[in-house]
Ligand binder design. Structure first.
Ligand code: ZN
Length: 163
């Protein structure tokens, strides 16, 4: 297992739509190991495969001391009234911006053995499930900001030391 370097905003891999993982794909176990190891760093809530440079559909999460992963995740359900929540991203380090998220989300997918898995939750977990499935479709959370917030966010990001 390796803690992998996180790709930052501006890296084209973050804009790529990730490919489904075929059950039995030899790359899957190493990818999952790295996703789990890399998200386990304190302060991290979720990590999509393309954030570590791999264009395959898998993400890991680390919420309320529970670390897990899902392969080929599908956002199967969201519910409740969308609420403005502060959101950040490991690929946009140092910034949090308010955006709308559903308070509840449920994701379905498979584990390394090909068995169906389901993860659901409210609050930070629900938010992370929405955020990470967006990543795998090549979307960053900034795209969902209100236009004026987005303008301000882009200005701030462009002046960040890492950009
Ligand atoms: Zn992110």
């Amino acid at each position: 297992m390796t803690e992998r370097q996180i790709r930052l905003f501006g890296d084209p891999v973050l804009r790529s739509v990730c490919d489904p993982i075929t059950p039995g794909d030899a790359r899957a176990r190493g990818l999952v190991d790295d996703l789990v190891e890399t998200v386990a760093v304190p302060g991290r809530a979720g990590l999509a495969a393309n954030q570590i440079g791999v264009g395959l559909r898998a993400f890991s999460y680390n919420v309320d001391d529970e670390i897990g992963y899902v392969i080929n995740p599908v956002l199967a359900e969201v519910s409740g009234e969308p609420e403005l929540v502060d959101e950040g991203c490991l690929s946009v380090p140092g910034f949090y911006f308010p955006r709308l998220r559903y308070p509840f989300a449920r994701v379905t997918g498979i584990d390394l053995d090909g068995n169906p898995v389901e993860i659901s939750g409210e609050g930070l977990l629900g938010q992370a499930l929405q955020h990470e499935t967006d990543h795998l479709d090549g979307h960053l959370f900034i795209e969902g900001l209100e236009p004026d917030v987005k303008r301000e966010a882009m200005r701030a990001i462009r002046s960040a030391s890492w950009y």
